[in-house]
Design a protein. Structure first.
Length: 189
């Protein structure tokens, strides 16, 4: 005799449903991670664009240099290289040579399904009071699987304007400096 649960289901029926849900979960989990990565990719580039606009506005209003940098989440200060743990926006203090922010304006979260880095000379993005930057470069998001066809990039120019890289080569990989002799495919680190 099958034992039934109080609301009328037998243990066999319950185990069958759990087994089927487990099989479906195994089948769709890779697709779900791909979906989450694509959503994160779009979100992080929009957050960066918004953060840069915010920094330009604050630099103009405060008549100071505003800095964006990768964050060391433990010490809430700038760290070199990987922006994947998040980034910080703060007022630049030229007396403070170790880039330890005193006047933090915002701390933004990092990414989970990929890596984010900033390709340019130096590791900081300084926005001057007049809205310009000398730290022109490219923010590159690469998924954890390092599939360059899934990478995305946001370029910042001297006027602190941003634009998404959209040109691709025949393999579907984004091209930096498209239309120039320096055009080359994005590299995932």
């Amino acid at each position: 005799m099958l034992k039934t649960l109080p609301d009328g289901f037998s243990m066999l029926e319950l185990h069958t449903v759990i087994f089927i849900l487990g099989i479906l979960g195994i089948m769709f989990f890779p697709h779900f991670k791909q979906f989450l990565m694509r959503e994160e990719r779009t979100d992080i580039l929009e957050r960066l664009k918004t953060a840069i606009e915010y920094a330009k506005q604050e630099a103009h209003l405060k008549n100071k240099t505003i800095t964006l940098c990768a964050i060391n989440p433990i010490y809430q200060q700038c760290r070199l290289g990987d922006w994947s743990n998040g980034f910080i926006i703060f007022e630049q203090d030229y007396q403070n040579k170790d880039q330890k922010p005193k006047h933090i304006l915002q701390i933004l979260p990092g990414v989970q399904y990929g890596k984010l880095h900033f390709e340019q000379f130096g590791q900081y993005l300084n926005i001057e009071a007049n809205g310009t930057t000398t730290n022109v470069g490219t923010f590159i998001y690469c998924p954890n699987n390092k599939d360059r066809r899934e990478a995305a990039a946001l370029v910042i120019n001297k006027a602190s304007r941003t634009y998404r890289v959209t040109a691709r080569n025949i393999s579907g990989i984004l091209l930096k400096n498209a239309g120039t002799p320096e055009a080359n495919p994005l590299i995932c680190r």
